[in-house]
Design a protein around this ligand. Structure first.
Ligand code: GDP
Length: 297
């Protein structure tokens, strides 16, 4: 299921196995080497320290003496961190849904929107897209390609038009077509935080005013290959908007999958989906237990 995690797993598990095989008993040197393996997989310093502290405690309370047994102990600790958030489905049944997708350019926002549209359409949901990233003509064109690919309609305006007006028209179209789900692309320009905040606030107001019956989610798309940088992006976006969930892309192309654990621990925002490739089917709901197991199997 987690074929996209191969690189992270191979590096991380390889490093952990090497460490554990190299020691006959659990001592400070072993802890230090394990710590390094976690850092290399981009768990982040803070999360690594926390995991190591929990591991030491577990070794004491469970009287673990064999280095080989530390693997299961680590897996249990990581599973605990990843399952701290309850996974709620993105789309609420029986009411219309609006998803605002935010994130900086290049993280895989357009691709992810296309994948989500495809996935929900496969579930027999009536989906519509809105190209509210009006800042770049290329963004609108790219989204059109993904809308065609997934066979869902796209509401779009000219480049440079008011994104909130696109959302407004998207809502109108969603209502008249009785859509279950409207997914809006947005421009992720962090360079100008005040503008971004105003833009997102305005879109939020339009949704509240025009579509009060709808369930709204703001999802941030992050590129897993940027590891710990992804965490700082969420922190900045959280200053300008409520962020309800994370989609982590490009896990297939990185050995930094450990960043997921850091993200779950640090940000208090649940990871909802992971992108594991460039194709339309390469998006999976994030299953924390399966993810933790995949790191160790
Ligand atoms: P945007 O600028 O954020 O809209 O990014 P795009 O959707 O255009 O994606 C940027 C690049 O990342 C493209 O080449 C995508 O094919 C690639 N991409 C997106 N998601 C994934 C993923 O999960 N895995 C891989 N390997 N590539 C991805």
């Amino acid at each position: 299921m987690f074929s996209g995690l191969t690189k992270t797993r191979d590096q991380f598990l390889g490093a952990v196995d090497d460490v554990l095989k190299g020691f006959k008993k659990i001592d400070e040197d072993l802890y230090e080497e394990l710590e390094e393996a976690l850092i290399m997989a981009d768990f982040g310093v803070e999360t690594t320290m926390n995991i190591m502290e929990k591991l030491r405690e577990k070794v004491k309370t469970e009287k673990i003496t064999e280095p080989g047994d530390l693997k299961l102990a680590l897996q249990e600790i990581i599973t605990g961190i990843l399952t701290a958030h309850e996974w709620k489905p993105l789309v609420e049944e029986g009411k219309p849904n609006v998803i605002l997708v935010i994130g900086v350019n290049g993280v895989g926002k357009t691709t992810t929107i296309g994948k989500l549209a495809h996935q929900f359409k496969e579930e027999n949901k009536n989906v519509i897209l809105a190209a509210a990233d009006t800042f770049r003509a290329a963004a609108i064109e790219q989204l059109q390609i993904w809308a065609d690919r997934s066979g869902v309609p796209l509401v779009k305006h000219e480049e440079g038009s008011d994104p909130a007006a696109v959302v407004y028209d998207g809502i109108k179209a969603a209502k008249s077509r009785k859509c279950d789900l409207l997914i809006c692309d947005t421009a992720g320009r962090l360079q100008n935080k005040t503008n971004l905040m105003k833009e997102l606030e305005k879109m939020g107001r339009i949704i509240e005013r025009e579509y009060p019956e709808a369930h709204k989610e703001v999802l941030i798309v992050l590129d897993a290959t940027t590891g710990q940088n992804a965490i700082s992006q969420v922190k900045v976006f959280k200053e300008v908007a409520n962020v309800d969930g994370i989609i982590l892309t490009k896990l297939d192309g990185t050995a930094k999958g450990g960043a997921v654990v850091g993200i779950c621990e640090n940000l208090n925002v649940p990871v909802k989906y992971i992108g594991v490739g460039e194709k339309i089917d390469d998006l999976q709901p994030f299953d924390p237990k399966a993810f933790a197991a995949a790191l160790f199997e």
